[in-house]
Structure formats: structure tokens, C-alpha cells
Ligand binder design. Structure first.
Ligand SMILES: [Zn+2]
Length: 464
């Protein structure tokens, strides 16, 4: 089939721009629905909306895909300073439990361990028995960074009974963090009960530790079984309907966050890609060559349980998708290219990007990355990718909002998302027309990937 790519490109960029529903999706997801913790009423409203938009766009079999979920809830954590055996009547200390923190009700002396590196823990080892350790969230500057989970394990081994991690962001901002290593496939149990405090109250707690004070720490929380939901919708290929490209984004958020950047941005772009590619078929008669599946995941913020469930249900056997592209936090800056988890598709993807004439680059990540939903795909040996964007490093002054109440819809730049939609639609359509025989063989072996993961534990992935 010969396709008029300049005409198709003009149509896709134009429709992504003038027909855009990005603002409508952001208003619905972030403002009307709000926080979308997987298993909550907010998630159920969001997935119903996403399924309805996919069906309205003319996709095939737009549906909800439920999965059993190990979830968790918490109340207000407190740390009361004990003065002369009594609780002191101070301003409350900012505290937020790390995800899946078990219930806590204990007292202990505060011990400052800096960044929690071996040279800092060893000199205070005697004091750490039954103590509450104060540790920086950030890794120590200059030395090889150790993951937070590893630093927490070393505190537990030294006898600490709880840890308070000090935020890296300032101005009282606190976000939900994980105390566990997600590369070991979704371990939820904390090394020791861990809560976060603001950078400012971290300084207060450190002054109390220096004065030899103790605190009474409480965390009301509960872990339980519930149901999370993914959404699935298909655009069948005209030439190779049994070959697949997959594009997904998580729709869920942490508690209390409207999830603008993380991840109404990615979810809106998935909805828009489905709409423009479906409309191209209806109005211009140009269908994808292979089939394209559009997914949104629940429970990304809960150790990737939604994407694990999707991969286990749909890809335990049979042919694997040619590529899975995952969109997460697209509000941090404009698209610069594509990042692959494995190298074998690099020439094909770079060559295809070159035909767009937009200067987009393809790179390959040096480590496997468990920080988003591409990880369960990668573990299964499915070639997976992210857009390369300006995460954390700052194209925009508010590029670091996620996992917190301030991650509102105004952090998202609809103009940039329209560009993501136009460029990714052009890329996906081109990739769908690469004949199956022209895709490099997928030589990824699950056992090799497991061995590589084992080697990489204890290191911090380089993500920029
Ligand atoms: Zn995210």
C-alpha cells in the first residue's frame, strides 16, 4: 500500500491541534473527578469516562479489565515530642506515611543518620537500637547512590524501629514515596515502618535529636484486598491484524492528588491518539497496518499492579506485541525523542523518527527501570519505550510536581500535549506500517532479563 505521508502528517498535526480535547480531559480527570487512587470511587469514575471516550472515538471493544489489588489506606500520622516523660504541646510535625506503611504506635529516641550511608550509620549504631532514625530521602552527593530501600534495610539491621525520611523539596511540600524496591516485582512490606516529613520539619526533628529527645510516633493504616481497573480499546490493523503495537498510560494517582502531570497528561494523550488515528481511518480511509491497542492502567502508584495484571492476563503465552510505549508525566517539558529499555529496536526507531524530520532522537536506557508501567512489559521480554522528555530537570519551573496535592491541572501545558499527540500519532502510524518481516527479531529472553535485574539491584537507575 502506498501512503501519502506528507498529506497524512499534515492531517494528523492539524487534527491534533484544532480538534484537540486535551483541555476537556484534564478538566474531567483533575477537576471534576480529582484524586484517582486505584480501587476508589475516583478511579471508577475515571475508567468509565475513558471507556466512553474510546467507544465514542470508534475504537473496537472499549472495555474495563478488573484485577485483584493489594491496596492500603491511612489516617493522619503524628509525632509528639516527649518532654520530661510528658507529651510536649508543640506545633504538629508534618508527616506523611510512605506507601503501605504498616500501622505504628511506638516511642523511641530520635537519631540523625544523615543520608543513611554506612559511614554515617556505623558511628551511631549503639544509639540506633529501638530508635527512630532520621534520614534524608536524597542519596548522598558524589558517592555512588544507594536506593532508599537499601538504606532503610541497613537501619533496620542496626536495630531502628522506625524511620522518618526528610523530603528533598522545600516549602512544606511532601509527596508519597515508596519504601520498597520495585525491581523485585512489587514487594510491599516496609524494611521498617517509614514516614516522610517536610524539609523544614526535618530540620526541627534533627535539632530535637541533637538535644537527645524522644517522640511518640503513630500511623493509623490498613492494608486490604480490593479491585483495581485497567481500560482496553483496539484499533484493528488493515494488513496485519494479529500483529500489535501497544500504547498505555496510568490513569490512577496517589491519595489526595488530582494527578495533572502524573498522569492525566499521559492519559489525555492516549485518549487523543486513539481519537485522531481512528478519525484518520474514518475520514481519510487510512488505517494502521498492524493493530494498535490503547490501554490505561490502574494501580501504577501501587507497585505497578495494574500493568503486571495486564501482562499476566494477556501476554502469558502467544506472540508478544512488537512494541509497548508507555506515557507517564508528560507535563515536564516537550518531547525530545524515544527511550528504549532494550537496544535491538534502536536502528528501526531512529530511522522511523528521522522520516518525521523533527530532530527527535532514540536512546537506550542503561538500566532496567521499575518506576513506571513499562517495567512489567520489559520483564516479560516485550520491547518497551517511553517518550524522552524533560523529567525533573527542568524545562519548566514546576516540572517536579507529582504524588502531591499541588499536582493540579494547571501544571499541564495543553499546547505541548497537542504536539505529543501529533508527533506520536505520526510515529505510531509509521511503525504500524513496518511489515512484520522488517522488525528485528525479538531475542529478549526472560531469564536473561531476570539475571540482568539481579545484577542491577543496589544501584540507582540513571534516568537522564
Ligand atoms: Zn506516573
Amino acid at each position: 500500500m502506498s501512503l501519502d505521508w506528507p498529506a497524512i502528517d499534515r492531517w494528523l498535526m492539524g487534527e491534533a491541534w484544532v480538534g484537540s480535547q486535551i483541555e476537556r480531559h484534564l478538566a474531567m480527570l483533575c477537576q471534576q473527578i480529582g484524586p484517582r487512587w486505584s480501587s476508589s470511587a475516583g478511579e471508577r469514575q475515571a475508567v468509565a469516562y475513558i471507556r466512553d471516550r474510546m467507544a465514542a472515538a470508534g475504537l473496537t471493544d472499549a472495555r474495563l479489565d478488573d484485577f485483584p489489588l493489594d491496596t492500603w489506606e491511612h489516617g493522619q500520622a503524628t509525632a509528639a515530642v516527649i518532654a520530661n516523660g510528658q507529651m510536649a504541646n508543640d506545633r504538629p510535625i508534618d508527616l506523611l506515611p510512605l506507601l503501605y506503611c504498616p500501622p505504628v504506635d511506638l516511642r523511641g529516641p530520635l537519631v540523625d543518620v544523615g543520608f543513611g550511608m554506612p559511614h554515617e550509620v556505623a558511628p551511631v549504631k549503639e544509639q540506633l537500637s529501638d530508635a527512630i532514625a532520621i534520614v534524608n530521602l536524597s542519596p548522598e552527593p558524589f558517592s555512588a547512590p544507594k536506593p532508599l530501600a537499601d538504606r532503610l534495610w541497613s537501619l533496620r539491621d542496626a536495630g531502628a524501629v522506625a524511620a522518618v525520611v526528610v523530603e528533598r523539596k522545600s516549602g512544606g511540600r511532601m509527596e508519597y514515596h515508596s519504601a520498597t524496591e520495585w525491581r523485585t516485582s512489587g514487594e510491599l512490606e516496609h524494611p521498617l515502618p517509614t514516614v516522610a516529613t517536610s524539609r523544614e520539619d526535618g530540620a526541627r526533628l534533627r535539632a530535637l535529636a541533637a538535644a537527645g529527645r524522644s517522640v511518640a510516633l503513630t500511623v493509623p493504616s490498613r492494608a486490604y484486598r480490593a479491585t483495581g481497573t485497567n481500560t482496553v480499546a483496539d484499533l484493528p490493523g488493515a494488513q496485519w491484524p494479529d500483529e500489535w503495537l501497544v500504547i498505555g498510560a496510568h490513569h490512577d494517582t496517589v491519595p489526595d492528588s488530582p494527578g495533572g502531570n502524573d498522569n492525566a497528561s499521559g492519559t489525555s494523550v492516549v485518549l487523543e491518539l486513539a481519537r485522531v488515528l481512528s478519525l484518520l481511518r474514518q475520514e481519510q480511509g487510512v488505517a494502521p497496518g498492524c493493530s494498535i491497542r490503547f490501554l490505561t492502567f490502574g494501580a501504577e502508584e501501587q507497585a505497578l499492579q495494574g500493568s503486571y495484571a495486564y501482562v499476566a492476563r494477556h501476554h502469558s503465552s502467544g506472540p508478544l506485541p512488537r512494541l509497548a510505549l508507555n506515557l507517564d508525566e508528560l507535563a515536564a517539558g516537550p518531547i525530545k525523542g524515544i527511550v528504549l529499555q532494550f537496544p535491538h529496536l534502536r536502528p528501526l526507531i531512529q530511522g522511523t523518527l528521522d522520516t518525521l524530520g523533527e530532530g527527535l532522537q532514540c536512546h537506550v536506557l542503561a538500566h532496567l527501570d521499575a518506576s513506571s508501567d513499562w517495567f512489567p512489559f520489559a520483564r516479560r521480554g516485550i520491547p518497551s519505550a517511553l517518550p524522552w522528555r524533560w523529567r525533573f530537570v527542568g524545562r519548566h519551573p514546576d516540572a517536579d510536581f507529582h504524588h502531591e496535592p499541588g499536582d493540579t491541572a494547571d501544571k499541564v501545558r495543553p499546547r505541548e500535549l497537542r504536539e505529543y499527540v501529533g508527533l506520536l500519532a505520526r510515529l505510531l502510524l509509521r511503525l504500524s506500517h513496518v511489515p512484520p518481516a522488517d522488525w528485528p527479531a525479538n531475542t529478549l529472553c526472560v531469564d536473561d532479563i531476570k539475571a540482568r535485574l539481579k545484577d542491577e539491584l543496589g544501584t540507582v537507575p540513571r534516568t537522564m
